[in-house]
Design a protein around this ligand. Structure first.
Ligand code: GLN
Length: 178
């Protein structure tokens, strides 16, 4: 998605890959596994430092869990970056079989609905006063948030081919890039 938008994107697996990075996407996957590997590979501390220095970070699905200050059902010892003032609930919509697609209204992206995919995603149970809610499901469940240069989505915005969320994040990156 990023390369299609002309971004010089690369996969980050080791701390040195973070040199000269203007923005970071924490992808979907398993937040427990990603969290443990972040510690093993020395990425946890450096990511926290980058976030504190204002580097934009977007967490999707498992990535959103990693950005959260708290999860209501973390496995024992699950490392979080604890950078967004939100509490999330993991696997909030059920198992893989309960994965679903839906059209979301996201005013920050314009009028057209954003078609997206929830794949064993989390939901945001609580959001602090500095957190902007970008999208909710019809029942009010919070599924997209922004706090300063941090962005979080409970779903997979890369599946439908609609690039508007990626462009939104790139605008955040551009706004802090010096
Ligand atoms: N269920 C996963 C978790 O708890 C997230 C799933 C995903 O990223 N699609 O980390």
């Amino acid at each position: 998605m990023l390369k299609g938008l002309g971004v010089d994107a690369k996969a980050v697996r080791l701390p040195e890959h973070l040199d000269e990075i203007d923005g970071i996407i924490l992808p979907g996957g398993e937040s427990t596994t990603i969290g443990k590997l972040m510690i093993v590979y020395g990425l946890h501390e450096i990511l926290q430092k980058k976030i504190a220095a204002g580097v934009p970070v977007w967490g999707t699905c498992a990535g959103l869990i990693l950005l959260a200050r708290e999860t209501d059902n973390a496995l024992a010892g699950q490392p979080l970056l604890a950078s967004m003032d939100i509490r999330v609930r993991r696997n909030a919509f059920g198992s893989q079989r309960e994965s679903f697609e839906t059209d979301l209204s996201v005013p920050a992206l314009g009028e057209a609905p954003f078609h997206t995919f929830f794949i064993r995603g989390p939901l945001v149970e609580q959001a602090g006063p500095e957190v902007e809610v970008l999208a909710t499901l019809d029942d009010g469940t919070i599924v997209a948030v922004r706090e300063g240069t941090l962005l979080g989505t409970a779903f997979h915005p890369e599946v439908s081919g609609d690039t508007r969320f990626h462009q939104y994040f790139l605008r955040i990156v551009q706004s802090v890039k010096r």
